[in-house]
Design a protein around this ligand. Structure first.
Ligand SMILES: *[C@@H]1O[C@H](CO)[C@@H](O)[C@H](O)[C@H]1NC(C)=O
Ligand SMILES: *[C@@H]1O[C@H](CO)[C@@H](O)[C@H](O)[C@H]1NC(C)=O
Ligand SMILES: *[C@@H]1O[C@H](CO)[C@@H](O)[C@H](O)[C@H]1NC(C)=O
Ligand SMILES: *[C@@H]1O[C@H](CO)[C@@H](O)[C@H](O)[C@H]1NC(C)=O
Ligand SMILES: *[C@@H]1O[C@H](CO)[C@@H](O)[C@H](O)[C@H]1NC(C)=O
Ligand SMILES: *[C@@H]1O[C@H](CO)[C@@H](O)[C@H](O)[C@H]1NC(C)=O
Ligand SMILES: [Zn+2]
Length: 411
């Protein structure tokens, strides 16, 4: 008798769990997940120096990464912001070249696997890819150092498909501060956004590029949330209240996210989920619940950070696991509409707002950053040195060792 009861209870529990998973998969048939951040391009650089023709780089069989074609299909991933990432040690060196190469490798992924990936640059492209059952592929440039403090480079990256720019990675740029400032490991430099940083933001708004606040300091978050004409995103960040890591988003910022109709795409990295080297799917769901509670159901999304992190929660080991996470949300009584929002509709809403705010007919910002704000000694100074201001020229000479050397030789 007892064992009979036990068996029935087990069957009931299992059937309920199956039902949530089935329901998740049904929803994801027409609303697949849009993930905010995946570092597969970085893995392709590290493992194959971006040589996609290498037999081992075949994305159908690649198996030591969190991401491959089969896993994307199983995970019902319908759109992916691929990260064009170059580490902070390339700042003031070859950051722009490295960024271009990571953007190029995404374009070549689309070319090599046209039945799986379609490179798109706007919200209607994402919707179209959903219809075609392909993975809409977009590019997020991860780190303001990638523009080398140049609005010209920013615009060129836009033309190559950049649709979000993370204002910093884990280093300050001359115009925006990163999260290490809040941990006391870097000095505050721009107090949020410098005047040039504000021009960067303005230009992103004008072009229709989403502003990404993952990795930035709280002061930078607040400045951007205050000044952006369109909602912004956190492409891969979680809730600070649940894990006191400075990469996460604190409550007061979550309230600004709500007020501005912005979006937090939750990062799955164990260290941001549990502040510990291990974590679970359920703890990720806790972050989603929490952000929903503070910022609203319209402010939640997914930014797994797959292939960019060294550990992932039990139950979310690779990109194939998304349906299990959706099943967990359904179990926690998220409505179908809320789930569809988190999966795709919230990002689409933000992206469409950003597109609406864009003004391609408006004159581009032209004011260069002042020479003395730049660091590093490897740039030439064309344009600056022949400028009208002699005083500026003197400053430039003082500011750059390369030029100092040059001037000594001339003397
Ligand atoms: C392909 O990539 C693997 C792993 O990086 C490497 O060992 C191998 O030499 C590469 N093959 C070719 C033909 O470049
Ligand atoms: C992983 O891929 C490598 C290279 O394609 C292959 O030799 C190996 O058998 C694969 N392992 C599994 C478990 O599929
Ligand atoms: C979206 O991008 C496609 C190219 O992928 C382009 O043909 C289309 O005109 C764009 N739509 C809008 C509304 O800009
Ligand atoms: C930005 O901050 C200023 C000054 O604190 C405030 O008056 C304004 O309402 C804020 N704007 C937005 C959009 O948050
Ligand atoms: C989680 O990690 C901590 C140390 O990082 C360890 O003490 C603990 O046993 C781990 N828990 C599980 C369930 O693995
Ligand atoms: C912001 O909060 C209000 C009140 O809780 C809610 O109605 C609204 O949907 C939230 N906005 C978003 C984007 O979720
Ligand atoms: Zn990151």
């Amino acid at each position: 008798m007892w064992s009979g009861w036990w068996l029935w209870a087990l069957v009931a529990v299992c059937t309920a769990a199956d039902t949530f998973l089935e329901e998740a998969k049904r929803i994801m048939q027409d609303t697949p997940v849009i993930d905010g951040h995946n570092d597969l391009p970085w893995q392709l650089l590290k493992m194959f120096n971006n040589q996609l023709q290498n037999k081992s780089a075949d994305l159908n069989t690649l198996n030591n990464t969190h991401t491959n074609i089969e896993k994307l299909r199983a995970g019902r991933v319908g759109a992916q912001f691929w990260s064009a990432y170059t580490p902070c040690d390339t700042q003031n060196k070859d950051a722009v070249k490295r960024t271009l190469e990571q953007m190029d490798v995404v374009h070549r992924m689309c070319q090599l696997y046209p039945e799986t990936f379609v490179c798109v640059t706007n919200s209607s492209g994402i919707r179209q890819a959903f219809q075609e059952g392909k993975v809409a592929s977009l590019i997020g440039v991860e780190g303001g150092h990638s523009i080398d403090s140049s609005l010209g480079v920013l615009r060129a990256l836009y033309h190559l498909g950049m649709r979000y720019l993370t204002l910093t990675h884990s280093c300050n740029t001359p115009w925006a501060d990163n999260w290490l400032v809040d941990r006391g490991d870097d000095d505050a430099h721009s107090q949020g956004l410098s005047p040039f940083g504000q021009l960067v933001l303005k230009e992103l708004n004008r072009l229709g590029v989403m502003v990404d606040l993952a990795h930035v300091s709280v002061a930078t978050m607040k400045a951007a949330l205050n000044q952006s004409l369109a909602p912004v995103i956190f492409s891969h960040s979680s809730a600070f209240a649940l894990c006191h890591h400075k990469r996460n988003v604190p409550d007061d910022v979550l309230r600004l996210v709500n007020q501005t109709g912005s979006l937090v795409m939750v990062n799955f990295y164990n260290e941001y989920v549990s502040c510990n080297s291990n974590a679970t799917l359920s703890q990720v769901a806790d972050h989603l619940d929490y952000i929903k509670k503070i910022a609203g159901a319209g402010a939640v999304g997914f930014g797994g950070d797959y292939d960019g992190v060294s550990s992932l929660p039990k139950g979310l080991e690779d990109v194939s696991k998304y349906p299990d996470l959706i099943a967990e949300l359904l179990k926690r009584q998220w409505t179908e509409e809320e789930v569809r929002g988190a999966l795709a509709n919230n990002l689409l809403r933000v992206f469409e707002e950003v597109e609406k705010v864009s003004r391609h007919t408006q004159i581009p910002e032209e004011k260069p950053i002042s020479l003395d704000e730049l660091e590093g000694s490897c740039r030439t100074t064309y344009g600056y040195s022949s400028g009208p201001s002699l005083q500026h020229q003197a400053w430039a000479l003082l500011a750059t060792p390369c030029l100092l050397l040059l001037s000594q030789r001339l003397l």
